[in-house]
Ligand binder design. Structure first.
Ligand code: FDA
Length: 305
């Protein structure tokens, strides 16, 4: 049953019609639990509240799979505006970006042009940018573009997914770039040809890459809600005396907020991934797919309407 629900949510996450309707009708069905709001003005207040509690933020202007160059340029404009707000209001926030929102499905030139505009502004205002990792079919090109941008700008990092067989090799490879990496389990539906189908293997690979990247001496963000992985990381950093300036934990907005604060109170850095914007449907469906228990929120949202 759980697998069926998960597959249904993953299928819906790519549904263009639903995405269009969702944009039109605004945050619904309990999505406000996971999405800060429609605009940067609303998101800004959420960031301030989180910062006041000792939580850092990475802000994501929602949107993906842009196939129109004008829309991709507009998405870049939104990111630049967000960077200006972060700089002006002195918020403790970075920015996360999906390359398909910047035109990855159009051409390398389009995505590079948009990302260079964003990175130049971010460099001026000392804002760090993380390139999110999307599905396997886009992984190789995302890493190629990341490497190109990293050779031009220092304020850029990316994400690797523990569920992919290729990831151990990518961690080794990115060592030469001194990459600032966010490590995650992986959120997309992938075939067993490219990704571990078994959760146990994903967790084992996750631990392996966390240890590898930390011991390589590069900055590591461990992005998970999983206590087992968090405890493992604490053991490794204690055992190998990894300084607190070399790693941080990350979680998604709306998921385990009490645990986020516990981690801050223990003296670790915790960064919350805060999405905002009207294109919330795909993101929301992926969150439900990860944890069908959250469906209760959808049902409550439907009843309230
Ligand atoms: P998982 O979902 O396997 O849960 C493991 C355990 O954690 C559960 O059994 C439970 O004990 C606990 N848990 C989880 N959710 C809980 C809840 N709501 N309440 C209580 N306990 C809970 N993916 C991707 O492909 N590309 C990307 O760029 C990113 N970026 C990203 C940034 C950040 C900051 C985060 C946190 C995650 C991502 N992800 C991502 C998503 C990631 O790949 C993954 O899908 C989710 O984090 C879910 O996996 P977890 O590691 O949290 O554990």
């Amino acid at each position: 049953m759980e697998k069926l629900l998960r597959n249904s949510f993953m299928f819906l996450s790519k549904n263009k019609m639903m995405t269009k309707l969702a944009k039109k009708y605004g945050l619904r069905f309990g999505a406000a639990r996971f999405v800060a709001g429609n605009t940067i003005d609303v998101a800004k207040d959420v960031i301030k509240q989180l910062n006041n509690k000792g939580l850092d933020v990475t802000l994501d202007y929602l949107g993906e799979f842009n196939t129109d160059a004008n829309e991709a340029a507009e998405a870049a404009d939104h990111c630049i505006k967000a960077i200006e707000v972060i700089g002006r209001e002195r918020l403790k926030s970075q920015i996360s970006i999906k390359l398909t929102s910047m035109g990855l499905d159009i051409s390398d030139d389009v995505v590079l042009e948009n990302m260079r505009r964003i990175l130049a502004k971010a460099k001026d205002l000392r804002v760090f940018i993380t390139i999110d990792m999307e599905d396997y079919s886009r992984c190789e090109r995302t890493l190629k573009i990341y490497k190109q941008l990293k050779s031009e700008y220092d304020n850029v990092g990316t994400v690797l997914q523990a569920y992919l067989y290729r990831t151990v090799k990518d961690v080794e490879d990115l060592g030469a770039y001194q990459a600032n990496l966010r490590l995650v389990k992986g959120a997309y539906k992938e075939s067993a040809n490219v990704a571990y189908p078994d959760k146990k293997d994903v967790d084992q690979n996750f631990k392996k890459i966390i240890k590898m990247h930390l011991l390589n001496g590069h900055y590591t963000a461990i992005a998970t809600h999983d206590d087992q992985i968090i405890e493992y990381t604490k053991q490794i950093v204690n055992k190998y005396k990894i300084p607190k300036t070399q790693f941080e934990f990350q979680m998604l907005y709306g998921i385990r907020p009490e645990k986020q604060l516990d981690i801050v109170h223990e003296g670790y850095k915790m960064r919350v991934y805060v999405p905002y914007g009207t294109d919330w449907f795909g993101y929301f469906m992926r969150r439900l797919a990860e944890r069908p228990a959250n469906v209760a929120f959808v049902l409550k949202g439907l009843i309230k309407r």
